[in-house]
Design a protein around this ligand. Sequence first.
Ligand SMILES: Nc1nc(=O)c2c([nH]1)NC[C@@H]1CN(c3ccc(C(=O)N[C@@H](CCC(=O)O)C(=O)O)cc3)CN21
Ligand SMILES: CC(C)C(=O)C(=O)O
Ligand SMILES: [Mg+2]
Length: 256
Amino acid sequence: MAITTQQLLQWKQQGRSIVALTAWDYAIAQLLDAAGVDLILVGDSMAVVLGYETTLPITLDEIIYHAKAVRRGVKRALLVVDLPFLTYQESLQQAMHSAGRILKETGAQAVKLEGGYPAIAETIARLVQAGIPVMGHVGLTPQSVHQLGLRQQGKTQEASERILQEAIALEQAGVFSLVLEHIPADLAMQITQKLSIPTIGIGAGTHCDGQVLVTSDVIGLAEKHPPFAKVYTNLRETITKAVQDYALDVRERKFP
Ligand SMILES: Nc1nc(=O)c2c([nH]1)NC[C@@H]1CN(c3ccc(C(=O)N[C@@H](CCC(=O)O)C(=O)O)cc3)CN21
Ligand SMILES: CC(C)C(=O)C(=O)O
Ligand SMILES: [Mg+2]
């Protein structure tokens, strides 16, 4: 049975933690889905496996191309796609066009966009009214890297209050879930208790309704990873060893 946004809400109420990871192609998506991941995000963090320094260069066409490949690998998980930088901030019309293309062309169930009150919350309210499920994303918003850097957000009383107010405004705008990135654990706990919708944390402590990480960090494919990521296996080492063994075999005429 395919997972719905209503299912995630029910899991929050039942206290069942939501498992989310990112995917950028068919092979990875199929593995995650078969392993029982609940929510798969086609994140603009795919910039990592495409050799970009930040998420800013990812385009709408690029994320749609990758989301179509991911879609073919996903049977059970809820599929969410990031709206890339400057494909929704310009105007409501632009946001509607971009989100509409993602749902129509990829078969994803929802979009995610970064930011809070007031401009983004208004855009989100209109997308939701048009029938597009939206996931929010506050705290560290990597599309604003040139303003925020990559540091933890919400460290002062004032900043923490602002993020809480953004979270409340996004829930009122109709998001079905909210990503909390790189904020103090006690702020994430406060937001999680205050909201009826599920919070999905990344570098936001244990008290969120679920967790998300970037898959290339989890499997050790990225050259570097954020301090809050956990590297469960080192595929860089595994792949290097396999390729070196193959090269040796070919040069010594042991293979074929
Ligand atoms: N591979 C990968 N994993 C991610 O989780 C991720 C991306 N890429 N790209 C988009 C954003 C950027 N992220 C990051 C990346 C680095 C830090 C980091 O190193 N933070 C340091 C401070 C760095 C600084 O101030 O320059 C920290 O201690 O918080 C945090 C979040 C999270 N997202
Ligand atoms: C880290 C998650 C939330 C994300 O936005 C991404 O992978 O692009
Ligand atoms: Mg993203």
